[in-house]
Ligand binder design. Sequence first.
Ligand SMILES: Cc1ncc(COP(=O)(O)O)c(C=O)c1O
Length: 389
Amino acid sequence: MNQPTPIPLLDLGPQHRLLAPAIRRAVTKVLVSQHFVLGPEGKALEAEAAEAIGVKHAIGCASGSDALLLVLRAMDFGPGDSVVTTPMTFFASAGAPARLGCRVDFVDVEPDTINMDPAALEAFLATCTRESDGTLREPKQGARVRAVMAVDIFGRPCDYDALEAICAKHGLALIEDAAQAYGASYRDRRCGAFGHAATFSFYPTKNLGGAGDGGLITTNDDALAERLRSLRVHGSSKRRYVHEEVGINSRLDELQAAIVRTKMPHVDGWNAQRREHAAAYDAAFADVAGVTPLRAPLAHVSPIYHLYTIRAERRDALKAALDAAKVGNGVYYPIPLHLQECFENFGYRAGDLPLAEAAAAEVISLPMYPELPAADRQRVIDVVRGFYG
Ligand SMILES: Cc1ncc(COP(=O)(O)O)c(C=O)c1O
């Protein structure tokens, strides 16, 4: 019997074939210049990204995880502070505050978007105590609630009208983890332009990725930007070997910056292709009982579908059927973060965030990349439709 040709979840090959000559030129230019760290490529990328996103400052760093860590450091987060976030995200969204000794409070998600539910955030904040000096304390460990970290999961922006209003009302900082959402927009604003600061990842599988690790921070806050530029070079910004504070080594190197720059002019087009695939999947699954595609939060949102994800009844059996048909797939994320062993100290139990837990048992992502051939997309659809009869 003929084996079906595998359809990958993500194929970076076409992108590389398109850009290989430009990437080779860009890499050679850096090698010839012998300027490998904090040079003209990084500076140019920062300027281009700030302009594309519509913010005053973009600051390169070594990864999306470091970007989160640096933002929290620059805002003086530490032990005794709490950051509120979603449990349905990549580990780093909660790992960054935890690494700084912060408490992480998780709030439940909207079932149809699996983004943070603003109503759940309000409900959580209603359980906190406001002290006479304005400090807001969460009920479990008495940590000072200072920030909400919103995550544009799978490239679908959060409901920022609601989140901005809640943060303003309660005096909380808003941080946007836009690692999966380069080029997505909400009303007339791009992801990366929300909150006090936002972060991106250039991990290779991201919709704008390098050839290794890389990250970016965006902000309109001049003082925060200056501190971030210092923190990424061991807390030394003014004079070499003079340190104002203890920072870390987290720079976006010139080779990564040059490679990401070759892709930047293409990313909006690639994102449009992703949206076309998502629309075709959505239409094909509209009448399939047992399949609910995650929706973009609101009509005025333009997502970029870093991943195309459905909620599926009998998810694990569907996964086995996709595997058997050699159709790439992935479960993001199988364990909601509040139930991770390393976060036991935050005091969550199974059942505490039922909507996130249900989502973790039902989500599955299907092949999605700009150049996904229409015939492959149709085969994915046929396997899913066939599974549900
Ligand atoms: C939502 C989210 N936040 C943070 C990160 C961390 O980015 P990086 O892998 O570049 O450290 C990622 C990417 O993996 C992510 O998907």
